[in-house]
Design a protein around this ligand. Structure first.
Ligand code: DAH
Length: 343
């Protein structure tokens, strides 16, 4: 009897020591298995009961059961307490303040010039034109010679050119794509060429060394002036609104004959005269004409069999007119206060 009491006392104090050291609920679960599990010391004591005398057995059995209950209670209490501590710690850790204002993300958008180009491309693709890109850096031939600019022709002075020391130049207009395309494709040709252009000019509110154009060219059998008019009217009404009124004025470009300039009724004052149209009631929008026979020949196209029209327009100028922008330099300054005004 005394020795069982000793054993029980020993077991209890061992258990209590280990209980103090259990910090995590996992430790406690292990402790419970260790002492109260099937292979634990309490179970061993139970088994040893069979060696007792029948008198001793109920008494001893009760003492062992009491210990078992006592330890179980300790375990369950401590486990509940530790689990609560752990839960509190996790909640504190994962706490999210849903009332905090969100972080602002800055959404980029397309540059107004890109937007205008995309819009023009969309419209013209819808009218059957496909997009053809040409080089920004090109030869004199494609930018001038192949477009019927004579070597000493004063028309070359119309466009001040950046020459590279390799003998190449930065294209002064997207018209260089005309001859490239004619040499590479047989008629019918129906393409537009959007892109960058460069001119060696003084930078001011009205002119820049860097700008964009969209060129168009259509070559087939029996293409006439009427086709040019109807295509320009259709295109401009899609771009500027159904009711836009157009005006065609004779003009000169070496690569077209006849050449002309196309005006639209001022979109701002509707023709009554304002600052934007310089009180003329009209806005000059693009240059156009019937492709010169010499240019067709340069593109290996027989002018007796084929004819065509071409046009070219400046995108900065158009965007400035449409949005009442008074300084072309704004497009290249990347000032967000300017850019953010566009949708
Ligand atoms: N390339 C001319 C310019 O930069 C614009 C132009 C005029 C293009 C008449 C054409 C055209 O295709 O037919 O001013």
């Amino acid at each position: 009897m005394a020795s069982l009491h000793d054993q029980i006392g020993e077991l209890r104090s061992q258990f209590m020591n280990e209980l103090k050291e259990a910090i995590h609920s996992k430790d406690l679960e292990n402790l419970k298995v260790k002492y109260l599990g099937k292979k634990g010391p309490i179970q061993a004591l139970m088994i040893s009961l069979k060696n007792c005398t029948p008198d001793e057995r109920p008494l001893f059995g009760k003492v062992i059961n009491d210990l078992k209950e006592e330890l179980t209670l300790h375990c369950d209490h401590s486990l509940a307490r530790l689990k609560q501590v752990e839960l509190d710690a996790r909640l504190a850790d994962e706490w999210i303040d849903v009332t905090l204002p969100g972080r602002r993300t800055h959404k980029g958008k397309l540059h107004p010039i890109t937007q205008a180009m995309n819009r023009i491309i969309d419209i013209l693709m819808g009218m059957g034109f496909s997009v053809q890109l040409g080089p920004d850096v090109d030869t004199d031939y494609y930018n001038f010679g192949g477009l019927n600019f004579a070597p000493d022709h004063p028309a070359r002075d119309m466009q001040d050119t950046f020459y590279l020391n390799t003998g190449l130049l930065l294209r002064t207009h997207t018209s260089n794509v005309q001859v490239h395309t004619m040499k590479n494709f047989a008629p019918p040709i129906r393409i537009i060429a959007p892109g960058r252009c460069f001119r060696n000019e003084d930078i001011s509110a009205r002119s820049h060394v860097f700008f964009h154009q969209v060129e168009g060219i259509y070559i087939d059998r029996n293409v006439t002036f009427a086709d040019l008019f109807s295509t320009m009217d259709e295109f401009l009404s899609k771009l500027l609104g159904e009711k836009v009124e157009t005006r065609y004025r004779p003009s000169y470009f070496p690569f077209v004959e006849p050449g002309l300039e196309v005006d639209v009724r001022c979109i701002s004052c509707k023709g009554t005269g304002c600052r934007i149209c310089k009180h003329t009631g009209w806005l000059e929008i693009l240059g156009a004409g019937m492709v010169h026979p010499n240019v067709l020949k340069e593109g290996n196209i027989d002018p007796e069999q084929y004819s065509g029209y071409a046009w070219g327009m400046g995108i900065e100028r158009l965007t400035m007119l449409l949005n009442d922008i008074r300084d072309i330099r704004l497009f290249t300054e990347n000032d967000l206060r300017f850019l953010e005004q566009f949708p």
